[in-house]
Design a protein around this ligand. Structure first.
Ligand code: NAD
Length: 479
């Protein structure tokens, strides 16, 4: 601090108001700490990328796109809708109201917990001190903290040669804010965002091409889980270009290279979704002796501490960049800084792709379990065996349960199908509690529901007849 600057004392400082940051602030306040939460946008930024421009807006768009698509896809069942249309401008107003409602709910929680929310960018000036610089002309606020939790999240990676301009070249935030549907769009990147946005835009009525540099979509996700999604993309008319590396976009022409050849594509707009990078570069970490790794991540211990009195959580630490990971880490970080003996040690962090059908993963795939030396049994039930799925006209997908024979415990669950995002939670619980196949079968599931698929997937492993689902060869335990 320079002589003349007055620093205010802060007991526990949280930097970043996303799901990680606000959860940490609430837990710390509950544990009796006096908390200041700094977010670039102040109360308007509470909820972070996830609530303001990510998870929530994208699920809203996916929901509306699916409703439009479904309205015209059940003709065989007698549903007659001449033409379903989505007014995107109206959608944006509706979505913004939902986001505003959720934001004010979180702001209300913070206010009730007496967390002071301050607008501005925080950076360290030396150990124990930092400065909050607001985006407007307000003077900087110097703070001296006892403890700090960093939860600054991540931002989209830009493609050199394809800088975002918000008009022709969009990032995911721009795409989710579209008030007019482009006739054609190329989505660069076939990862989580590429698949989710590409599918939604296709259902809304755009001609969509997904351009992926690697030889497959969703790298890191078991290929078997992807098959039903590839089929649906095809049915929706989504063009998928694999092994295409995008170079530039000029005058409505996207240029990519594939096996040394230049490929051109005429599209109205391009959405770049090639991954995200952690927001650690502007924090002045060197002032407190911390050096982020080569990709910008901060190394932390199981207690989420990067240094004494400094915790880091969420997208700026190793592991999947998912809101629920950040929220879980937030509690650990807050409790650790309050002296509680805690560790972030989940049996699994579930992952969901809101594709069509949805993909949800918890724990180990069969191959991952084998690679860990386990003697693996796999129970698998195709969606076609489910009566409830039949009533939804859904047949593409399956539920798979991976069991470690030595311990008779469920170590992995993979679900592809409608509502997989909701159904996976039972798989997470089973893995956390080391449930056995018998535990699943012995827990009565309501009929007719998709939830029956989890116990019925392991009935074959127990040499039990099929449950409420229809017995099929595939249901008696795939190898
Ligand atoms: P991603 O890492 O999931 O996918 C990026 C894809 O872009 C990769 O397949 C990569 O090979 C490809 N790529 C990279 N450079 C390319 C190029 N020049 N040309 C063509 N393809 C290229 O990243 P994302 O989709 O941007 O999502 C970022 C993160 O956000 C995810 O990792 C995830 O953690 C999170 N997210 C989660 C959800 C969810 O939980 N449902 C949804 C959206 C985003």
């Amino acid at each position: 601090m320079v002589v003349g600057e007055v620093a205010e004392g802060v007991d526990l400082l949280v930097v970043g108001g996303g799901p990680g940051g606000y959860s940490a602030a609430l837990r710390a306040a509950q544990l009796g700490r006096s908390v200041m939460l700094v977010d670039r946008l102040g109360e308007a930024g509470v909820g972070g990328v996830c609530l303001q421009v990510g998870c929530i807006p994208s699920k809203a768009m996916i929901e509306v796109a699916e409703a439009k698509h479904r309205a015209t896809s059940l003709r065989e069942a007698g549903l007659q809708v001449e033409q379903a249309q989505v007014d995107l401008a109206q959608f944006q107003t509706w979505k913004d109201a939902k986001v505003a409602g959720l934001t004010s709910a979180v702001v209300g929680l913070l206010r009730r917990a007496l967390v002071e929310v301050v607008a501005g960018d925080f950076r360290f000036t030396r150990p124990g001190s930092g400065v909050v610089q607001s985006l407007d002309d307000r003077p900087p606020r110097h703070v001296q903290y006892t403890d700090v939790i960093l939860a600054t999240g991540s931002r989209p990676l830009e493609l050199p040669g394809l800088p975002r301009d918000g008009v022709g070249v969009l990032d995911s935030t721009d795409a989710l804010a579209l008030a007019r549907l482009p006739a054609s769009v190329a989505v660069v990147g076939g990862g989580y965002i590429g698949l989710e946005l590409g599918t939604a835009l296709a259902k809304l009525g755009s001609r969509v091409t997904i351009v992926e540099a690697l030889d497959r979509l969703l790298p890191g996700v078991d290929a078997a889980l992807l098959r039903p999604v590839r089929q649906r993309l095809k049915a929706l008319g989504v063009n998928v270009l694999l092994e295409h590396r995008v170079q530039s976009f000029e005058d409505g022409r996207l240029t990519a290279t594939s096996q040394g050849q230049a490929v051109e594509l005429a599209v109205e707009q391009v959405v770049v979704a090639i991954g995200r990078m952690p927001n650690t570069d502007g924090l002045g970490l060197h002032k407190i002796g911390l050096t982020p790794g080569p990709t910008g991540l901060i190394e932390v211990g199981k207690d989420r501490l990067a240094a004494p009195h400094v915790a880091a959580i969420g997208d700026i630490t190793a592991g999947p960049a998912l809101a629920h990971k950040a929220t879980a880490e937030a509690e650990v970080a807050a409790e650790a800084l309050c002296g509680l003996p805690v560790a972030f040690d989940p049996a699994t962090i579930p992952a969901v792709v809101f594709s069509d059908p949805e993909i949800a993963i918890a724990g180990l795939s069969p191959d991952e379990a084998k690679a860990q030396g386990m003697d693996v049994a796999v129970g698998r039930l195709p969606l076609g065996a489910s009566g409830r799925a039949a009533t939804m006209d859904a047949a593409d997908g399956f539920t798979q349960v991976v069991v470690d024979r030595a311990t008779d415990a469920v170590v992995g669950v993979q679900i592809v199908g409608p509502h997989a995002s909701e159904l996976i939670a039972e798989g997470v619980l089973a893995i956390e509690m080391a449930a056995s196949p018998q535990d699943l079968v012995g827990s009565i599931h309501p009929h007719p529901t998709l939830s029956e698929m989890l116990p019925d997937a392991v009935r074959g492993l127990l040499h039990r007849p099929a449950g409420a689902t229809v017995p099929t060869a595939a249901a008696v335990g795939a190898p």
